[in-house]
Design a binder for this molecule. Structure first.
Ligand SMILES: Nc1ncnc2c1ncn2[C@@H]1O[C@H](COP(=O)(O)OP(=O)(O)O)[C@@H](O)[C@H]1O
Ligand SMILES: [Mg+2]
Length: 353
């Protein structure tokens, strides 16, 4: 089968060809990055699998084309079949400190409330799950936990605890945990220092999370105590800042950014939400430029997004063809790609304060 005399291509030839194909974001070739596996050769028919660093990879199509072309160029190859698989790299600081099977913790924050932080967290999480990533969402907004409502869950959705741990209910393919499951509806809880610290940490560690590629954390509003507590007690892989399109967005985004930087949380980028006729457009993007952080994308103000949130039916789940659902999918890919890229850079040691 590997007989050169018959003009049959070998595994070595294929690897040599694929070593000329770049992973466009990691800036290295597929072979050096160890992304090629399961090479099959059957006469002129060749197949192999590319193991991506995230199932939500925005450049899958490009890699498929380029690797097909590279292998087709080998003498004797008539047909190439590329398969994809994914293995999300883990942030090893998590395993070291929290003992939960979560590979990456992505925090979603904003300089002020009401900008759509929870809405973005929910739709991002559902979009990642739809793209094949194992995803959870943790509602760390302990003052106004509304992730359960937005995911169509109630207190009754919480399964019985298992081995002394809370079991996160599943909605739209996403594991969900929130203080909203634990405190009686409408009851205001006043959180004080140590209790706050304990409560937030428990939402991470006393939960029977499944093996997750991404745990999206809807952060407490603003940059106050709860935010600081969270970032100090949990190794956050990367932070996203949600901002509005108005001109004041720069100030708000900057507040979020400064808080993340102080806590040495790497910044994934800024998302502009609620763009359109009412609030204008471009404030989030300009803020990203001015603050020298990536602009991850824009979502427009759309009544269907709000209705979906109120009804517990995220727009990406119930109206996947809506342009805003597509925007959330692109955001999900941008976030996943940034996390992958970061996982190949050496993560800074988390400062424990
Ligand atoms: N892009 C959008 N289009 C329309 N309504 C939105 C959009 N983003 C958020 N909303 C609505 O705005 C309100 C505030 O959003 P929310 O996600 O709760 O903000 P935050 O978590 O930052 O306080 C909610 O009613 C939500 O449905
Ligand atoms: Mg919120």
């Amino acid at each position: 089968m590997f007989n050169k005399k018959n003009g049959t291509v070998t595994e070595k030839d294929i690897l040599a060809a694929l070593s000329n194909v770049q992973e466009p974001e990691l800036h290295d070739d597929l072979v050096s990055l160890n992304m090629v596996k399961d090479i099959h050769i059957n006469g002129g028919q060749v197949g192999f699998t590319i193991v991506l660093t995230t199932p939500a990879c925005p450049l899958r199509g490009q890699m498929e084309r380029e690797s097909t072309d590279a292998v087709m160029a080998l003498p004797g190859v008539e047909q190439v079949a590329v398969k994809f698989d994914a293995n999300v790299r883990g942030d090893n600081r998590i395993a070291g400190r929290l003992n939960i099977p979560v590979r990456n913790i992505v925090a979603v924050a904003s300089g002020k409330g009401g900008v759509g932080k929870s809405t973005v967290s929910v739709n991002l999480a559902v979009a990642l799950a739809q793209q094949g990533a194992r995803t959870g969402i943790l509602d760390a907004d302990i003052y106004g936990p509304n992730i359960p409502t937005m995911m169509g869950l109630t207190r009754d959705s919480l399964p019985a605890p298992r081995d002394g741990k809370l079991v996160p209910p599943l909605a739209y393919g996403v594991e969900v945990m929130s203080m909203g499951f634990l405190i009686p509806q409408g009851e205001a809880v006043i959180w004080r220092g140590p209790m706050l610290h304990g409560a937030i940490r428990q939402l991470f560690t006393d939960v029977a999370w499944g093996e997750l590629d991404y745990l999206i954390v809807d952060m407490p509003p603003g940059t106050g105590d709860a935010t600081l507590t969270l970032a100090q007690s949990v190794p956050v892989t990367g932070g996203i800042i949600v901002s509005t399109p108005q001109n004041v967005a720069l100030e708000d985004a900057e507040k979020g950014l400064v808080a993340f930087r102080k806590l040495q949380v790497p910044i994934l980028g800024i998302i502009e939400n609620m763009a359109g006729d009412v609030f204008g457009e471009g404030g989030g993007e300009r803020a990203a430029q001015r603050l020298h952080v990536p602009f991850l994308g824009r979502v427009y103000l759309d009544g269907e997004i709000r209705r979906g949130g109120d009804a517990g039916q995220p727009i990406v789940a119930i109206d996947p063809d809506n342009p805003q659902s597509l925007a959330f999918h692109e955001l999900a890919q941008a976030v996943a790609a940034r996390v992958s890229v970061m996982s190949f850079q050496s993560a800074p040691e988390l400062k424990i304060i």
